[in-house]
Design a protein around this ligand. Sequence first.
Ligand code: ADP
Ligand code: ZN
Ligand code: ZN
Length: 723
Amino acid sequence: MTSILRVALPVPLHTLFDYREGAARAAVGSRVRVPFGRRERVGIVAERVDASTLDEARLKVAGEVLDEAPLLGGELLATLRWAARYYQHPLGEVLFAALPTSLRNARALPPGGIAAAELTPAGAAALAAATPRRGTRIASLLEALVAGPLATTRLDALAGAAARRNALARGWIARCRLATPAQAAAASAGPPLNDAQREAAQAVIGAGGGFAPFLLDGVTGSGKTEVYLEIIRDCLARGRQALVLVPEIALTPQALRRFRERLGVDVAALHSGLGEVERARAWLAAARGEAPLVLGTRSAVLVPLARPGVIIVDEEHDGSYKQQEGFRYHARDLALVRAKALGIPVVLGSATPSLESLANVEAKRYRLLRLDQRAGRARPPTLQVVDLRRQRLQHGLARPALEAIAACLARDEQVLVFRNRRGYAPVLLCHDCGWSARCPDCERALTLHKREGRLRCHHCGHEERVPAACPSCSGLALHALGEGTERLEDALGAQFPGVPVVRVDRDTTRGRRLRDALLDSLPEGGARILVGTQMLAKGHDLPHLTLVVVVGVDEGLYSVDFRAGERLGQLVVQVAGRAGRADRPGSVILQTHDPAHPLLEVLLNGGYRALASRLLQERRDAGLPPFVQFALLRAEAPQQDLLDRFMRAAAAAAGRASGVNLHGPLAAPMPRRAGAWRAQILVEAGERAPLQAFLPAWLDAVRTLPDERRVRWSIDVDPVDLY
Ligand code: ADP
Ligand code: ZN
Ligand code: ZN
C-alpha cells in the first residue's frame, strides 16, 4: 500500500495537499516536487499518513524527492507547527518562511564545509620537475599543498588569489571542500569579569542541561556582552552551538568582528543584507552543526541547530523582533518556545526589559540576573531636564542645551542630538490662510524634506514637489513647523561652524553598505556632533560621546497607544546610555514642555525600573497586556461601506464565545492609509487558552464571508501596536 503525503505549499490557504507517494520515499520535512494546478511546485512533506480523506484514486502522484534527509526536522518542525497554530498562519507559509530563499525552490543544497583546494597529480609532477621555479608564489602554493588540502582563504593569505587561479587554470590544483570549520584565529582576551558579571554568567552555565529562562537586566554599559561571551565560550567548550539574536540594526561588521575575535571561531551571520547563497550556506552550516556560533536578526530564530546549547536574545525589548506582516511571529517569544523544546537555557538581555519579560520574572517564570553598575570605570550619566515653556528656541534647541553642546565640543568631546523624526520639518503650513500639506491618501501631514525639495508621507510613501506658493491662497508665507533631523543638522552646522555634523537616520543610511560604513565610522574620536533617530539609540558603543540632548519627548507622553509610556522610557534610557561609556562622565539633557508629567518624574527620580513597575501596575489595573491576551483583526478596503459590512459580519460570526471579549469593529487609529479605509476588531481574553480555542473557528467563519475576497484582512496575535 502506498503512503499518502500531506504536503505544505507556500500558498495562503489553511490546508495541506494530499498526494500519493511516488517511487522514492519522502521523509517528513523534505522538499518534494508536486503537480499543482497546471504547473509543478516545490512543497514540504508535512505528514505521511496511510489514508487520505479524499478519493485516493483521484489523488496525483508526488514527483521527485529533493532531499534525502529532512531539511526541517524534529524540534524545529514541531515548533513551526505550533507557531502556525498559535499565530493563525497557514503552515505552508510558515515552513517556507523558515527556509532561506534559495532553498524554497528545487535547487540542490550547496555542499557543506568550507572552500578549499588540493594538489592534483599534474601539480605534484610539476612541482617535482620544478616547472614553476622555486621561490615563486605559485611554487610556494603547491608546496603548501603537499601535506594535504587547505582552505582557500589560507592559500590566498599565503600566495595570493592570482597564484591560486593560475594553478587552477593549469590543472595543478583542484577545488575541494574541507569538512571542519576553520578556526578564525586564537581567541583574544577581554577584560576580567567583575563579580556581578561572573555571577550572572555562572547562573546560566550552572543551570545544567535543561530548559532554563533568564532575564539579564543590566544597565547600559554594564557589560552584558561580556556575560554573553562567557556563556557562549562555555557552550562551545561543551561542543554545542550558540544562537544569538540581535535587533535589525545592531548586526554591523563591528559587532560580528567583536564576536569572532573574542571567541576565535567563525560566526555564521544570518540577516537580510546577505546574498541568497551566503545566507543558504550559513543556514546549512547551522543545520549541519558546522557553525559553532550563529548570529542573526529576527528570522534567525527559525534556523535549525544540530547541536544546540544556548539561545541569547540581546535587546530583548526591541520592536524589530516582531514580524509586522504575513507570518506575524515574535522572535523573542519563539526563542523561548524553542529553548523549551530543545531543553536548553535561554537568556533575554536588556537595559530596559519589556514589561512582558518583567511580568514573567514577577510570576517566577524567568530568573532575574542583574548588573546594576557600569563595567570598568564608566559612571552613570547625569540627567537634567530643560523646561521649554517660555524659552526662545533656535530650531527647537533651548539656550541651556546649546551652551552645554558648546562646552562639550570645547573639551574635544562628542555630542549626540537625538530626535526621533527624520526629514526637515513634520509640517508645512501657510501662515496666511492656515493650509497645510497633507497626504491625499492618508489625510496626515506630509513631512518636508527640504534638501530634496520634496514633501513625503511617512505612512504610505506618497511624495510631491514642495509648492513655491500656497496652493490654497497663492500666498508666499509657507512655514516649516517643528523640526526633524535634517533641520537640526542644518541648524547645528550653522551654530558650530567647522565642527563635523553627522546625521544618522533612514534617509542617510539607505542601502546596507552605506549604513555599515556610516555606523562603523561613528566610534572615531574628535569633536563631532551626531544627529539621529532611534537608529542611534541602539547598542552602539561610542567611547568619545559625553553629552546626549533629547530634543523632544512630548509626543511620546500624549500618545494613545497603551505601550507609549514603555517605549518612551526605553528610548530615553537607551539613548541616554550612549553617554559617558568610557572614562569621562556623561550627561543627558531632556527638553520638554511638561517637566511635571508623572511618567517623566518617575523616570527621572527612579529610573527605568521604577517606571516599569509603575507601568506594570497600570496595565494590571486597566486589564491590558501582559495581564490579558490580545489578538487584533485588521482590515482595509477601498470603500467604507464595503469595509463596514465586512467588519460587522466578522463580528457577528464570533457568535457567543466563552472567555473572550470582542471590541469593535472600530475605525483604526489611522482610519485611512494609502487611499484605503481601515478598521479593526480587538479580541481580548484573560488567558491564552480560551483565545487560542476561539480564534481558529472564528477565522474559519470569517474566511467564508461573502466580502472576504474584496477586503484585505489579517489577524495579529499578541500585536505590539494597535495600528
Ligand atoms: P552593555 O551591552 O551592557 O551596554 P557592553 O558589553 O557593550 O555593555 O560593555 C560596555 C563597555 O564596558 C565595553 O567597552 C566593554 O569592553 C567594557 N567592559 C565590559 N565588562 C568589563 C569589565 N569587567 N571590566 C572593564 N571593562 C568592561
Ligand atoms: Zn495659504
Ligand atoms: Zn500617505
